[in-house]
Design a protein around this ligand. Structure first.
Ligand code: PEP
Ligand code: MN
Length: 333
């Protein structure tokens, strides 16, 4: 970290700042030029608050040289992390297709969808049991019963299951769940992230509606700092000024995240576009961009879905997407 000091600074103010910085366990390298004094901080600067320093009268500018995320940073872990979920691997050249309905609605529905997506090559089954809905009057999910039904579908098909947690107090219900999803709305629920860091469960961490990649990586850092390295990042579209699509798929996030971090990156073209006919082109583009997996909403009767029918594929449409995704993966090998 580099701190440029204002010329008007008195000797006493300068010495006070150095003394304070040294209490933060960093060594301070002073470089006094003719027009400008610059401090170079050497050591672990994670605990130094940039905004606090910038607020000081005597500080002109603060520049961070190193990234604030350490454990998820590729610089300190050059090899890809491979997350293992049942028989499925994600990352390091292993591609995962997670498919299933937005919400678990009934035993017949989840088992029918599970069987069809498995036949088409899905490697994991998704389904929301606890649903984060904008309106409290909308279907909120089958909650604990939804998880039970997912486990039934797992028993029938062998597919590992992925489902969203909304509150750390529900964690006991997720004991047999294979992947715990943290949804966009909870990406910065730091207490939840800390709790998930204490588990060993694979976590699918979705990017928040209006969050930067740095913020997504800092949220992953919360989980990894607690000891859980099984994290998949998920780009699911961000909110922009565009209104024709539900969100805007930020595909450049894929190569950028993979450059910055060793964690696998999954793309969700369903929530990113909100429109079923856009799911295929976006899924193909995501595969071509180097993503490690896809998460796609599939419903056996999208028109009557209790949630997100407009973006859900029929099993036949999903079959076509999965085939074409495999062709893209072959082509870029
Ligand atoms: C979901 O995957 O069901 C979901 C609610 O997605 P997001 O958190 O990305 O909106
Ligand atoms: Mn959904």
């Amino acid at each position: 970290m580099i701190i440029a000091i204002k010329n008007s600074t008195s000797k006493e103010q300068f010495e006070n700042l150095i003394a304070w910085l040294e209490t933060r366990n960093v060594s301070v390298h002073i470089s006094k030029g003719e027009y400008q004094t610059v401090l170079g901080l050497i050591g672990d600067t994670r605990n130094i608050d940039v905004e606090l320093l910038e607020g000081l009268d005597i500080v002109q500018k603060v520049t961070r040289i190193t990234d604030p995320f350490k454990n998820v940073n590729r610089k300190f872990h050059p090899d890809d992390t491979i997350v293992s979920v049942g028989d499925a691997l994600v990352g390091g050249g292993n591609f995962a297709i997670i498919a299933g309905p937005c919400s678990v609605e009934s035993e017949e529905q989840i088992i029918a969808v599970a069987k069809s997506v498995k036949q088409s090559g899905a490697t994991m089954l998704r389904g929301g049991a606890f649903k984060p809905r904008t309106s409290p009057y909308d279907f909120q999910g089958l909650r604990a019963e939804g998880i039970e039904l997912l486990l039934e579908a797992k028993k029938e098909t062998g597919l590992p299951i992925v489902t969203e947690i909304m509150d750390a107090s529900h964690l006991h219900l997720f004991e047999e769940v294979d992947v715990i999803q943290v949804g966009a709305r909870n990406m910065q629920n730091f207490e939840l992230l800390k709790e998930l860091g204490r588990t060993k469960k694979p976590i699918l961490l979705k990017r928040g509606l209006a969050n930067t990649l740095k913020e997504l990586l800092m949220s992953a850092e919360y989980i990894i700092a607690g000891g859980n390295e099984n994290i998949m990042l998920c780009e699911r579209g961000i909110r922009t000024f565009e209104t024709y699509t539900r969100n805007t798929l930020d595909l450049s996030a894929v190569p950028m995240l993979k450059e910055l971090s060793h964690l696998p990156v999954v793309v969700d073209p369903s929530h990113a576009s909100g429109i079923s006919r856009l799911v295929k082109p976006m899924a193909l583009a995501a595969a071509a961009s180097g993503a490690d997996g896809l998460m796609i909403e599939v419903h056996n009767d999208p028109v009557h879905a209790l949630c997100d029918g407009a973006q859900s594929l029929t099993p036949e449409q999903f079959d076509d997407v999965a085939r074409c995704v495999n062709k893209v993966l072959e082509a870029i090998k």
